[in-house]
Design a protein around this ligand. Sequence first.
Ligand SMILES: [Zn+2]
Length: 77
Amino acid sequence: MSAPVVNCPTCDTKVVWSEASPFRPFCSERCKLIDLGDWAAENHRIAGKPDLNAELGEEYLAELEEELMGKDNQFFK
Ligand SMILES: [Zn+2]
């Protein structure tokens, strides 16, 4: 019975599932690192809601500015 063969998730190279492939299911350490990098990028994208926060922050700043302007107007009266 021969060892099962899987495809490297990164580059699709056939990898023999045995002690001969220490990075299985990846064909090499490079492909393993690339896949981990993809995961990190994915997580970064999922956690990437600072765009929304920035929008809210801008709105908040505009509100603050309006408030300050109102105070300034009162101050000048
Ligand atoms: Zn590979």
